[in-house]
Design a protein around this ligand. Structure first.
Ligand SMILES: CC(C)(COP(=O)(O)OP(=O)(O)OC[C@H]1O[C@@H](n2cnc3c(N)ncnc32)[C@H](O)[C@@H]1OP(=O)(O)O)[C@@H](O)C(=O)NCCC(=O)NCCS
Length: 185
């Protein structure tokens, strides 16, 4: 199986993300619609895991000043126990690292603490009882190595405007620089 993780960068890719989320959380885990689609989907980066180009896994990443929050990890049942879960999580972590984040945060369903520990997450010792959407969660955090070339305000401005996660390839705006600045007339 050809597995890969990409940023969902178009409305069509976002539709694929939502289809996986609806199947896993609303159908399999009986999550109510308003709790699953919680108003945070349009201030987030979505990672889409593909298996032979079929939507297989998703992860949502939201960015705060001090940390990036990994959430809404889901793998369709038929693609579980493949490496696709690791690929989407690694992709989310790498995006956060490139953006300069050193701290990651998440709410792990209790039974998945071991899964998240594989990525360096440890329980946060806040002793906060966290229950929502019919699950009990533990707060976890991971501290990640700094990226060797993080994106900062001093980075090449064309890099800063490239598509999320695809900062090392020329983007449409790089190519547009070949046209002269003719606007406004
Ligand atoms: C939780 C969930 C995403 C895990 O996905 P999964 O495919 O079942 O993950 P697995 O733990 O089986 O991992 C798949 C394989 O990748 C490997 N793997 C995963 N993360 C890894 C890591 N960081 N490093 C090395 N290997 C890793 C595992 O070893 C496993 O292989 P194994 O079967 O030989 O142990 C999936 O079960 C799911 O979608 N559940 C429902 C939704 C849900 O509860 N989401 C969580 C919200 S907090």
């Amino acid at each position: 199986m050809n597995l890969k993780a990409v940023v969902a960068a178009t409305p069509d890719a976002i539709q694929r993300v939502f289809a996986v989320r609806a199947a896993v959380f609303m159908s399999e885990q009986d999550c109510p619609y308003d709790e699953e689609f919680d108003g945070n989907d349009f201030c987030a980066t979505h990672i889409l895991g593909l298996a032979n180009d079929e939507p297989a896994a998703v992860l949502r990443v939201r960015f705060f000043a001090e940390f990036a929050k990994l959430e809404r990890l889901a793998v369709l049942p038929r693609f579980r126990r493949t490496l696709i879960s690791k690929m989407v999580v690694d992709a989310g972590i790498e995006i956060a690292r490139r953006k300069g984040y050193r701290a990651l945060y998440g709410h792990a369903q209790k039974r998945l603490a071991r899964f998240w520990s594989r990525f360096g997450f440890q329980p946060l010792k806040k002793n906060f009882k966290l229950v929502y959407s019919d699950h009990e969660y533990i707060e976890m955090a991971a501290y990640i190595e700094p990226h060797e070339g993080p994106i900062t305000m001093m980075s090449d401005p064309y890099i800063i405007v490239r598509p999320e996660g695809d900062w090392d390839s020329l983007g449409a705006l790089d190519r547009s620089a070949a046209r002269p600045a003719t606007n406004p007339h």
